[in-house]
Design a binder for this molecule. Sequence first.
Ligand code: MG
Length: 338
Amino acid sequence: MLTLTTELLSLRTRHPFIIARGGQSDYRTVMVRIQDADGNEGWGEAAATRFYGETLETVQAALPTYAAQLGDDPGQLEAIEARLLAALGGNAAARVAISAALHDLVAKRAGMPLCRWWGLDPAAAPQSTFTIGLDTPDRLRMKVAEAEEYPILKVKLGGADDLMVLRTIREATDKELRVDANCAWSAAQAVAMLPVLAEFGVTLLEQPVAPRDHEGLGRVRAAATIPVIADESCVTARDIPPLVGKVDGINIKLAKCGSLREALRMIAIARAHHLQVMVGCMIESSLGITAAAHLTPLVDVVDLDGAALLAQDPFVGATIHGGQVRLPDGPGLGVVRR
Ligand code: MG
């Protein structure tokens, strides 16, 4: 039998992390451990986000239901994940913690890092961005200085004074800038912002409009000269076909899609539609980040700074040095406790 145990993780970001719909400094996630009869253990992390309908409490309420579906063979990844979804839909962050723990366990039993178990080359991972949340000019300048080792910055917009944010950051650095509006703009506002983004040398625009405003995404994309990427509009694989022609790419997050196998399906479906693929994250420790990092050899754009934004990280796993994602060498996810 596979047994599941959990542990509450309290995380604190170095600075309050503010995006268009608010923010905070304190985050709580759940570590999931799955053990087999021989004492092998796989780990995963559930980073619940209220925007996607989950809280710490819903994760804790859902996990016992999922634990009852595990069975005794962790290698049955597809069947187990199907049983989880059939037992209780939604709850993607809770499900992906289990998915990551099972993948960790199976790859550990095979003695291979997960990405190599998938047949991927860890050296193929692109550079990761580092995110600058909404803030005052002084604090924006401080954050740009703190992000010195990262060659690409992701700028959160959609606040009260986007022009100030762009001007402050651009005056402080000549690095590549990408922008995420987190659904804050109307299509007309987004189109009006395009020349401003161009003026400041922005190279990518993430989720300018509301999640269901596909027509708006299409209007922005038609007017844009930079890639427009769907994040909040694209939660699971079935969201991809309706976005074809409306965006240039999709942002996959494990806490949205609920499973590592679903993330792989999303990559394949996006590629079939000639879409770019980005992998992002929530505020989570290196445990959750590393599960996503094992996908990075398959994607074009990486935004896995969730653990880098923390004051203290309970785990050591994938790292970002000079922007370059480096996967651990150990078997499974390769994550260890600090
Ligand atoms: Mg985003």
